[in-house]
Ligand binder design. Structure first.
Ligand SMILES: N[C@@H](CCC(=O)N[C@@H](CS)C(=O)NCC(=O)O)C(=O)O
Length: 195
């Protein structure tokens, strides 16, 4: 399978971490891709022009990251999405991805010419991410030390938000979450995929 990705993408990182956790890393051929470059062929494969995108040996394309992660999980036996907590895990994945989406929108807005930027829009998106941290802090003790689709998504989201918005100490007000994150980030799957 070909994974269209790049090392700095937190969404693509989730897919790689899932594959490593399940022992499927060798099945992924990594195709380093700039999603904004129209000449890479990505846009024909994924009309949304986003990474990650997974191309199966049949040529079928799978996207976006939650679907890719579920696909890899099924291929690897399903341990990352236990049936009993399926809906909770999916909701937590949406929570993590939503924090990442908001932080991504703030970053993209901040990259526009200064006179076109909306400080209110940036503040609104960063407030969404901050509320995500706040809620997670209250639930940190339920996350556990194991890898599943939700903990992988949170590990990638927390790293990337701090990486791209270093002006704020995101984990400062979240001591329980910080403790959880430091343990999770030490997993070899996370260490091997740091942007
Ligand atoms: N909802 C998508 C979001 C993916 C996404 O936004 N990826 C970014 C890279 S981190 C991208 O490809 N952006 C396109 C661009 O910057 O033009 C997913 O979960 O896969």
């Amino acid at each position: 399978m070909k994974l269209y990705w790049n090392r700095n993408s937190p969404y693509a990182r989730k897919a790689r971490v899932c594959a490593i956790e399940l022992g499927l890393e060798d099945r992924l051929e990594l195709v380093d891709t700039n999603p904004r470059d129209p000449t890479t062929g990505l846009w024909e494969r994924n009309p949304l022009a986003k990474i990650p995108a997974l191309e199966l040996s049949t040529g079928e394309m799978i996207y976006d990251s939650p679907v890719i992660c579920e696909y890899i999980n099924e291929l690897g036996g399903g341990a990352l999405l236990p049936e009993a907590s399926r809906w909770r895990i999916r909701t937590l994945v949406a929570h993590a991805d939503g924090m990442m989406d908001a932080a991504m929108l703030a970053r993209l807005e901040g990259m526009r010419p200064e006179h076109e930027q909306s400080p209110d829009w940036i503040a609104k998106q960063l407030a969404i991410a901050a509320r995500g941290f706040d809620r997670l802090e209250r639930e940190a003790d339920t996350l556990g030390s194991h890898a599943d689709l939700a903990t992988i998504a949170f590990g990638c989201a927390i790293f990337w938000i701090g990486f791209r918005h270093p002006d704020r100490d995101w984990l400062g007000p979240c001591p329980a979450l910080r403790g959880w994150y430091e343990g999770f980030a030490a997993r070899s799957s996370m260490a091997a995929t740091v942007p």
